[in-house]
Design a protein around this ligand. Sequence first.
Ligand code: PHE
Length: 345
Amino acid sequence: MSNPGISEQISSLVTEAREAASASKSLAELEGARVRYFGKKGMFTGLLRSLGAMPQEERPAAGQSVNQGREDAEAFFAAATENLKKKEREEKLFAETIDVTEPRGNNGIGSLHPVTIALRELVDLFVGMGYETVEGPEVEYDKYNFELLNQPKNHPARDAQDTFYIEENIVLRSHTSPVQARTMLARRPPIRIISAGRVYRADEFDATHSPVFHQLEGFYVDKNVTMSDLKGTLEVFAKRLFGENTKTRFRPSFFPFTEPSAEVDLTCPTCGGKGCRLCKNTGWIEMLGSGMVNPKVLELCGIDSSVYSGFAFGIGLDRVGMLRYAVPDMRWLFEGDVRMMRQFR
Ligand code: PHE
């Protein structure tokens, strides 16, 4: 090259750029340097421009040398970029390290849901009386939810429950009573079970209704089970949950799977029966449905109704929870608001 000055300029610029690259402590700093050397107004561009002053025939070779130098320098920058990226990633990981074994301060444990508390009390009570807990599916066959419970298709009582259908013969169970049928088909008497869980009805969602709620089914089949066994059992339940002074009232009612049937009211635990807003001034609160197992249901489930009899009841657990803990609105049970829940700690 006839201009010896140019190759020195190139090599010193490459050296300088390389030092700037390796001296950069961060990607941001490196980017600053990159612009300084390779940007539109950068030093390599400047050097290329200065070639304009050279004699025409020397320019191509000189231009090539500048570009070669620029490529070499850029390779350093690429390597430096990789290094810094790696370094910054490691620093970030290190900074974000958490010790998962470190004990945390006690800033609040959870609480049991009022319905869970009510359920546990009831399970305790009935297990103490010799009942066994069993479970049943929430997605249920029509057969168990209705047919075996003496509600054939087109039975008028089916309208009374607004059932969610999944398919023609599959429903979201509208009560826990299908567990009665499942249990009878699987075991022989004596049968003494309770079964609790969610049930579903296409219902309103307001202070006293929810499309999903909880029931506890009680079911007892043996020789010589009578209505007074049912009454005695439910009286124990009422007193145990709401106090010794609680009275029960049996109102004749109708369910296809029990005969006779009764709805059971308790003296209002809030006012003790004097009448208040909660019991709409009646002094009574409706608590459950019950009755003597319909002999037809026993027969449908393969139990000889001339030998065996039984009773059944279905308690609204949400209602128990609401009454027991003076929760005025059923929706509060389903919203999971911590301001409500932490009162049950
Ligand atoms: N299954 C009835 C209901 O959901 C309650 C009930 C259970 C009634 C057992 C009688 C016997 O309303």
